[in-house]
Design a binder for this molecule. Structure first.
Ligand SMILES: NC(=O)c1ncn([C@@H]2O[C@H](COP(=O)(O)O)[C@@H](O)[C@H]2O)c1NC=O
Length: 529
């Protein structure tokens, strides 16, 4: 393939006109001839540039609401002809086709149109046809043609032309071609995903996913793994869309933990009071509400002060100065919150290694969405766990019904259970976790570990008894035997919330009654693996 090829003629057809005029002026200054479609040509003329209309080139007007503009051999022949192929050159001469050396296209904004909730007809009308066709043609012919699909590449293109005296190198065109195919693939992924939703097909025969590079990462979960972070284009508040105010780049594990922290804290609406979640290795080591945000943080911290060191903190309301001061009492990796006061930001500025991220609100935990998990040779796709329990959904199965305070703590614990790796056991007292058992292979072990951690904390805090005394317990799935429940009772729990549904529910309920516990069944499970 030829390395250096001259760039003499460009076709520009862009929906997003960012940087268009500067680019076109720079091309014109380099004696590049311009051809363009309706709106783009108008913008160029208004800027005083000479441009040929694509309709003059094709001999056809743009028609059918723009559905047909560039779909013509005068365009596609100019993009696809091999400049070193006699037969191709003969066809060009025979039909008066002129070579197009540069294609600048960005597509109808389908993704944005769908994101703002446009109706079906409007979404369909925003599926670009001529643009992707040209992009794919130009990218195929990267041996001779440069294709630019993103305003971010305008400056690099001009730098290339200057460095190569009006020509482009093959390696440059190959990079552009790779980006071009990734762009059309992402576009079609967005269209097919939208369509699967529109026709309510949870398992379409083929699925396509796409992402845009947000950040290359120093390494993955471990230093010997390379890694990168991609955005999927969704506007869900969270780690991918947050603004970072200070500190070094987030690592792979930081991103994973920050996501877990923010998704958890988003369960707690600000209207119900400030809440804080502290995360380590994607599991909470403390979650609490408080009268103030600082109190919520301190109560979450008191659940497991040892694990909280180097943790990731998520808040459900704006970070204020008092909370910022409390947080900087120990080393913390990341704080994420829906906003931050100026004095709190200024206080954090003294801690160079602490990253502060702010979001535009909390994540909508009721919003539909998919989650993916990679396995060897494939991936699993499922709906996001949006399961939500209201008091009316609960079934009291013991002789004793829970008190109002127990019920409130149960519902708080249940929301947390959804975000803890199975087997998940959460002890809660007065709207604060006092013991979390996560990720064990047996439920009874999670129950024991959480209770033991609470004993450890009683020592650290100088308490006479662990805070599990008089607590409630949530279990993400049913107790298969009575042993887990009895362990919780020994630790001082007075009430339990669990899905129910075990073959031995009767035994478990009898054990709860014998121990004087109140127990409710949710009828819904929150496995998280
Ligand atoms: N139908 C076609 O032949 C066609 N050719 C180019 N487009 C798109 O039209 C847009 C630019 O239109 P305008 O220059 O009129 O603003 C670009 O996003 C381009 O991808 C087309 N539009 C849709 O398919």
């Amino acid at each position: 393939m030829t390395d250096l090829v001259p760039l003499k003629r460009a076709l520009i057809s862009v929906s997003d006109k960012t940087g268009l005029i500067d680019l076109a002026k720079a091309l014109a200054a380099r004696k590049v001839e311009l051809v363009s479609t309706g709106g783009t040509a108008r913008a160029l003329r208004e800027a005083g540039l000479a441009v040929q209309d694509v309709s003059d080139l094709t001999g056809f007007p743009e028609m059918m609401d723009g559905r047909v503009k560039t779909l013509h051999p005068m365009v596609h022949g100019g993009l696809l002809a091999l400049r070193d192929n006699e037969e191709h050159l003969g066809s060009m001469t025979a039909h008066g086709i002129k070579a197009i050396d540069l294609l600048v296209v960005n597509l109808y904004p389908f993704e944005d149109t769908v994101a703002r909730g446009a109706d079906y007809a409007e979404a369909v009308e925003n599926i670009d046809i001529g643009g992707p066709a040209m992009i794919r043609a130009a990218a195929k012919n990267h041996g001779f043609v440069s294709v630019v699909t993103d305003p971010e590449d305008y400056i690099p293109l001009l730098s290339e032309l200057d460095a190569q005296e009006g020509r482009t190198r093959l390696s440059f065109r190959q990079t552009l071609a790779q980006r071009a195919y990734a762009r059309t693939a992402a576009y079609d992924a967005a269209v097919s995903t939208w369509m699967a939703g529109a026709i309510n097909d949870p398992a379409p025969r083929r699925r396509a996913f796409a992402g845009t590079l947000a950040q290359t990462l120093r390494y993955g979960e471990n230093p010997h793994q390379s890694a990168a972070f991609y955005r999927d284009g969704s506007d869900r508040p969270g780690v991918a869309t947050a603004t970072q105010h200070q500190g070094k780049d987030l690592s792979y594990n930081n991103i994973n933990d920050t996501d877990a922290a923010f998704e958890l804290v988003s369960e707690f609406l600000p209207a119900d009071g400030p809440a804080c979640a502290i995360i380590k290795h994607a599991n909470p080591c403390g979650v609490a509400r408080g009268a103030t945000l600082a109190e919520a943080y301190n109560r979450a911290y008191d659940c497991d002060r040892i694990s909280a060191f180097g943790g990731i903190i998520a808040l459900n309301t704006r970070l204020d100065l008092d909370t910022a001061k409390a947080i900087t009492g120990i080393f913390t990796e990341v704080v994420i919150a829906p906003g931050a006061d100026d004095d709190a930001i200024a206080h954090f500025a003294t801690k160079k290694n602490l990253r502060l991220l702010t979001t535009k609100g909390l994540a909508n935990t009721a919003a539909a969405g998919l989650t993916f998990k990679q396995v060897s040779g494939g991936f699993l796709v499922q709906d996001r766990d949006n399961g939500m329990i209201e008091p009316d959904d609960l079934r009291v199965v013991t002789k004793r019904a829970p008190s109002a305070a127990e019920l409130a703590d149960m519902l708080f614990a249940w929301r947390i259970a959804k975000h803890v790796k199975s087997n998940a056991i959460i002890y809660v007292k007065d709207q604060a976790t006092v013991g979390v058992g996560a990720g064990q292979m047996s439920r009874v072990d999670s129950t024991r570990i959480a209770a033991r951690k609470s004993q450890d904390m009683a020592e650290v805090l100088g308490l006479d008894a662990p805070l599990t005394q008089g607590s409630v317990v949530a279990s993400d799935a049913f107790f298969p035997f009575a042993d887990g429940l009895l362990t919780a009772a020994e630790a001082g729990a007075t009430a339990l919330i669990q899905p129910g549904g075990s073959m031995r529910d009767d035994e478990v309920i009898a054990a709860a009654d014998a121990a004087g516990l109140a127990m409710v069944f949710t009828g819904q499970r929150h496995f998280r693996h």
